[in-house]
Ligand binder design. Structure first.
Ligand code: ATP
Ligand code: MG
Length: 380
């Protein structure tokens, strides 16, 4: 079996590593050059893109912002999973919000803005605590602006004046207060079988994911029920095939959907060591229409992102049940360089392991970790 992934970053790399034991060979397309590369060592393959498409059983994506001409070519092959339509839902916040509204899935109050002079009216409707998101090409908090008072409106309008909102509208959302951020990951194969992972709790810093803990603490039947209903509604409506991630806010005992990612997701990296079947393996199983693997958690896991830091002491490996996943990329500020998975039997044991881990890490790159260690210590 051969899978071709659009995008040659760490997600394609981890799909490749998960595919090998199943006899699935995974190559990647560098979407900037259109070249076919090995996603682990990035070596250029002899195959042209056209040949690689012909030879693959299945095409998939590691991110939703694949240039549309490449995506069209992939779609035309009839082998793309998830579908072109599902990928567009994740790529375009306007389409995404319409889908949520159509399915009656709770999400943040919002308006679509196609001209800068609509903003004062939106402030009247939604209030002056707003988050403005470019509908296309946003990730890791890029392409976002915030308004926290009416007084800032004129300045914000000036900042946004260079944008072509007819071409790329803004989705303006009410700033939501929430208890915590959760993510829901699941897989659906072409038979329509669905599996979902336990909800993960996500900690962000400056718009980027820093730490995930899974299963999240204090998950009630009510939350699990809502999560499954949301996943099933979305996956069935899209006739979705592959792994789908749903980012959510918990408000009281309700889940509000923030956004969808039609792919394997950073908040699911804990599944590599912390679940019976990793998200990468389940994605490959789903797109090849194989039986899906158990999503059961084998313990309590934390996934710690290594962001903007060029190297990590291998001493971290002395911490029990700790695993490093390094992406082999050149270092840049705010770039995801790797992640560390730690598994334990309880939240308090996880806290102790993270505390030990923290002694080997440069503090400036892990600003969320000390508080998280404390929080976990208090959980049972
Ligand atoms: P990523 O690629 O990391 O998922 P993104 O750029 O696609 O990020 P969002 O997920 O929409 O953008 O927003 C990033 C973060 O900003 C969210 O995880 C959340 O912490 C915060 N945020 C987004 N929308 C809202 C909102 N309406 N109210 C409050 N906080 C929000
Ligand atoms: Mg997000």
């Amino acid at each position: 079996m051969k899978v071709l992934v659009y995008g040659a970053g760490q997600l394609a790399q981890m799909m490749n590593l998960a595919g090998a034991p199943l006899g699935i060979s995974v190559n990647a397309v560098d979407v900037k050059t259109g070249k076919v590369v090995n996603p682990v060592d990035k070596s250029e393959q002899a195959d042209s893109l056209k040949n690689a498409i012909d030879e693959a059983n299945c095409l998939t994506v590691e991110f939703e912002h694949v240039p549309v001409d490449l995506l069209n070519e992939a779609h035309a092959s009839g082998k793309l999973s998830p579908s072109f339509e599902s990928i567009r839902v994740g790529a375009d916040r306007v389409i995404e919000k319409k889908l949520l509204e159509r399915l009656g899935i709770a999400n943040c109050a919002h308006r679509v803005v196609t001209a800068i002079d609509q903003l004062p009216e939106v402030v009247e409707q939604l209030g002056d605590k707003l988050i403005l998101k470019a509908s296309l090409d946003g990730y890791d908090g890029y392409g976002q602006w915030r308004l926290s008072s009416r007084e800032q409106l004129v300045e914000l309008q000036q900042t946004l004046s260079a944008l072509d909102l007819q071409k790329v509208p803004l989705v303006v959302e009410q700033m939501q207060t929430f208890e915590r951020e959760l993510s829901l990951l699941g897989a659906r194969n072409a038979n329509g079988d669905i599996v979902v992972y336990p909800l993960a709790e996500n900690l962000h810093h400056q718009g980027q994911l820093h730490v995930s803990v899974a299963p999240a603490s204090a998950l009630t039947d009510e939350l699990n029920k809502q999560a499954l209903a949301i996943f099933t509604a979305l996956a069935d409506e899209l006739n979705y095939v592959g792994l789908l991630a749903v980012e959510m806010f918990q408000v009281g005992d309700r889940l509000l959907v923030n956004e969808l990612a039609p792919r394997v997701h950073n908040s699911g990296h804990w599944t590599q060591q912390g679940a019976v079947t990793s998200q990468f393996e389940n994605h490959l199983r789903a797109i090849q229409n194989l039986p899906l693997g158990s999503t059961e958690a084998t313990g309590i896991s934390a996934m710690v992102n290594v962001i903007g830091c060029g190297g990590i002491s291998k001493e971290i490996l002395s911490v029990p049940n700790t695993h490093l996943h390094w992406y082999g990329k050149s270092v840049r500020k705010k770039r995801k360089m790797g992640h560390i998975n730690v598994v334990a039997e309880s939240y308090s044991e996880l806290s102790a392991r993270l505390s030990e881990l923290n002694t080997h890490l440069p503090a400036e790159y892990f600003p969320k970790l000390p508080d998280e260690i404390q929080r976990l210590a208090a959980l049972r």
